[in-house]
Design a protein around this ligand. Structure first.
Ligand code: SPV
Ligand code: MG
Length: 252
């Protein structure tokens, strides 16, 4: 698989801009930014209906592949319903993370992160796969976020692949250095050369040469626009887009 970059979008407008960029092959519908634009924390308060509404908004303006960050995926009973609704809205990939509902954002410092039971999470993947032929389901490993071992991450990766996961994401919040995701990736690629592997380098920096198939810039557009709005309120005289810029992007 040729390496692909996905960029976070949180609105039709950000999706229009991302759609025109050659830097990115896909769109990431982040739970963090879908919550933040509503002014609320990233802990599964935003309803599934609202998440689906954003997918529709984005799909309306872009044909690029959409990967939805579906948090924990809810309960085993609810997950197939989510998958079906996301499929109808035009999603290509769903990523679910192996934390307990309601999850807390993985990049928070000073919180205890609870991992879901391996068998329950594997079952969630299985029921999700049974309901769709079109959507790829990626399992996101939170072992390193929860301060568990690399060995634990591999036990989980193996179980999730056996349950039918189409790809794996290894998450980490190492600062600047990326030794843990690189160690994981090198071993993973030897053991599972045909399973796509994704990374979300927010707090760490990946070298240009790296073994990941999908690299997700998970919050960059929201952070860029937040900084511009903060500068405006701080009186820093930021450069503003013109209203013609708006017309040119969204139409007249
Ligand atoms: C998100 O973008 O919502 C993510 C990635 O899940 S992170 O915030 O790094 O957990
Ligand atoms: Mg998220």
């Amino acid at each position: 698989m040729k390496q692909q970059y996905f960029i976070e979008v949180h609105s039709g407008l950000s999706a229009l801009l991302a759609d025109k960029s050659n830097l990115y092959q896909g769109l990431w519908l982040s739970s963090l930014t879908n919550s933040a634009i509503k002014g609320i924390p990233d802990n599964e308060i935003v309803s599934i209906q609202e998440r689906i509404e954003l997918v529709r908004e984005v799909r309306n303006v872009s044909q690029k592949p959409i990967m939805v960050d579906a948090d924990t995926g809810g309960s085993i009973e609810h997950f197939p319903y989510w998958v079906k609704q996301f499929e109808k809205a035009g999603v290509n990939y769903i990523m679910i993370e192996d934390k307990c509902f309601p999850k807390k954002n993985s990049l928070l410092d000073g919180v205890i992160q609870e991992l879901e039971d391996v068998d329950i999470f594997s079952q969630k993947i299985k029921v999700g796969k049974e309901i769709t032929k079109n959507i790829k389901i990626y399992a996101r490993l939170e072992s390193l976020i929860a301060k568990k071992s690399m060995h634990e991450a591999f036990i989980r990766a193996d179980a999730y692949i056996k349950a039918g996961a189409d790809g794996i994401m290894i998450h980490s919040k190492q600062k600047v250095e990326c030794t843990e995701v690189m160690e994981f990736a090198e071993k993973f690629k030897k053991e599972y050369p045909n399973i796509p592997l994704a990374a979300v380098p927010t707090t760490y920096i990946l070298p240009n040469e790296n073994p990941f198939d999908i690299i997700i810039h998970a919050n960059y557009l929201l952070r860029a626009s937040l900084k511009a709005m903060q500068n405006y309120f701080d009186g820093k005289n930021p450069e503003l887009a013109s209203v013609e810029d708006i017309f040119n992007i969204v139409g007249k």
